[in-house]
Design a protein around this ligand. Sequence first.
Ligand SMILES: [Zn+2]
Length: 84
Amino acid sequence: MRINCLACGHKVDLDDAYDDYEGPVKCFACRAILEIRTEQGSIKAVKQVNIVQHPSAEEVFERVLNPMKEAAQGAGAGGPRRIG
Ligand SMILES: [Zn+2]
């Protein structure tokens, strides 16, 4: 089974262990985390959890100052986060 990475379009190979699976998988091409849900070998849902990029100094600084804010954004309340 393959899923298309939402971040880079790479086809991520998943073995049979993922035929009934819900949780994160990592794209080894770009290291994005994709949250997937599969049933009986077919993809039911794919969403991107984060984009791994080199953060700007400003972003790192903000993360250090506001760790709770980062966590709140990670909960997905504001929809997809635009970076860059
Ligand atoms: Zn990728």
